[in-house]
Write a protein that binds this ligand. Structure first.
Ligand SMILES: *Cc1c(COP(=O)(O)O)cnc(C)c1O
Length: 386
């Protein structure tokens, strides 16, 4: 029975974090210059919509991810929303994505007046399957006279494809880039969970026309709440304009030339972000070491450790296992949570939520199988010893 391996897992986690108290799934850690940088924004009074830390955070993120531009936003959902808008998504369109994701992915699509179209994921990556994508397109889509991809049955534009780098594991980007190029569908990466994850040496989020990162409190680094759009320089200028109420520069007049958003990241949050980003390399070392321990511990058990895909370096934001079946998953969840070790199942599939239940979907058998069997394990970086 699996109880033996679950008990070993509970013991391991308690030993790793050196406590018998409750162990969360993912807690933030502040052991760098957070206090100093945040205090300096307070001292300068520049806590809000202007300030040097926003610029610095944007530059540092672009440098780290190897992209031309970073535009900081108030959260990852806002970054996704504006990314989709700038990719050309508008009212009545379809946006291809996976049903195995956090609800924000679909909400951002909905904010554009578009609808998600659900395609299956690959078990090896937990991300959108290029093969499932291509198969669906071949059977249900064509290119219109302007060269845009449309759904055959309804004539609706398929104006973006948004894979998710689930739990920090890169999706099959080469495959997705190939299919999207062939069908003239702009690629927008939901890189909310994958800061620090690389696909064949290139950072996730640098493959699509745009990408969105999140700095929510549970992500690998946090700004309290925050996000960032990654893109090329021209698109970055557009993104900055749209996220800052579309205000034109002027010495004193308030000139706004389109409907913009107040999606700007406050300087006080950016200060936290700069300090956190400085520690990302150390966080990654620690998280990869923990992943290695889980890998060894689970090797000869019925729990299959979700490892980084071939050719990838994952950030192991949230470690995960696939159980043999749903009842074994439930048993794992019961035993760990009863012992103060927080574990969680994956999100309910988006196509099963009431607001997205009527959206078009392909064959989602792999998504369903993963949704029944996946469990996330505690993955925080260790707190500073006080
Ligand atoms: C966290 C997350 C988001 C949204 O980010 P917020 O900063 O919470 O708005 C979007 N997509 C995925 C996959 C996420 O995990």
């Amino acid at each position: 029975m699996s109880e033996v391996s679950v008990n070993r897992l509970v013991e391991f986690v308690k030993h790793h974090y050196g406590t018998n108290e409750f162990i969360p799934l993912h807690a933030p850690v502040f052991k760098g210059s957070e206090q100093t940088y945040v205090a300096s924004t307070i001292d300068s009074t520049f806590v809000s919509s202007v300030g040097e830390f926003v610029n610095r955070f944007e530059r540092d993120m672009a440098t780290y991810t190897g992209t031309e531009a970073g535009v900081a936003t108030v959260n990852g959902t806002a970054a996704l929303h504006v990314s989709l808008r700038l990719a050309g998504v508008s009212e009545g369109d379809l946006v291809i994505t996976q049903a195995l994701t956090f609800v924000a992915t679909c909400n951002a699509i909905h904010y554009c007046g578009a609808e998600p179209l659900f395609i299956d994921v690959d078990e090896a990556t937990l991300g959108l399957s290029p093969y499932a994508l291509e198969t669906w397109l071949e059977n249900h889509a064509s290119k219109n006279t302007s060269g845009e991809c449309v759904e055959l049955e309804t004539g609706r534009n398929i104006s973006a494809c948004m894979p998710v780098h689930t739990f920090g594991h890169p999706a099959d980007l080469e495959g997705l880039v190939r299919v999207c190029e062939k069908w003239s569908i702009p690629l927008v990466e939901d890189a909310a969970e994958s800061l620090g994850s690389f696909y064949k040496g290139r950072h996730t989020g640098s493959f699509g026309k745009l990408a969105a990162v999140s700095f929510n409190g549970n992500k690998i680094i946090t700004t309290g709440g925050g996000g960032m759009i990654l893109c090329d320089e021209d698109t970055g200028r557009r993104a900055k304009h749209l996220t800052t109420t579309a205000k034109k520069p002027h010495p004193y007049e308030y000139v706004h030339d389109e409907v913009g958003y107040n999606y700007r990241l406050p300087n006080i949050n950016a200060a936290l972000g700069v300090a956190q980003l400085e520690q990302l390399p150390d966080f990654l070392v620690e998280k990869r070491a923990l992943a290695e321990e889980y890998r060894q511990l689970l090797k000869d058990t019925e729990f299959h450790f979700v490892d980084e895909p071939d050719g990838c370096r994952s950030n192991f934001w949230l470690n995960a296992v696939l159980c043999p079946d749903q009842s074994s998953r439930n048993q794992l969840l019961e035993l760990t949570n009863a012992n103060d070790v927080m574990t969680r199942p994956v999100w309910q599939l988006m196509c099963d939520l009431p607001m997205y239940a009527r959206c078009t979907q392909g064959d989602l058998r792999t998504s369903r199988s993963i949704a029944e069997r996946l469990v996330n394990l505690p993955s925080s970086v260790k707190q500073v010893q006080k």
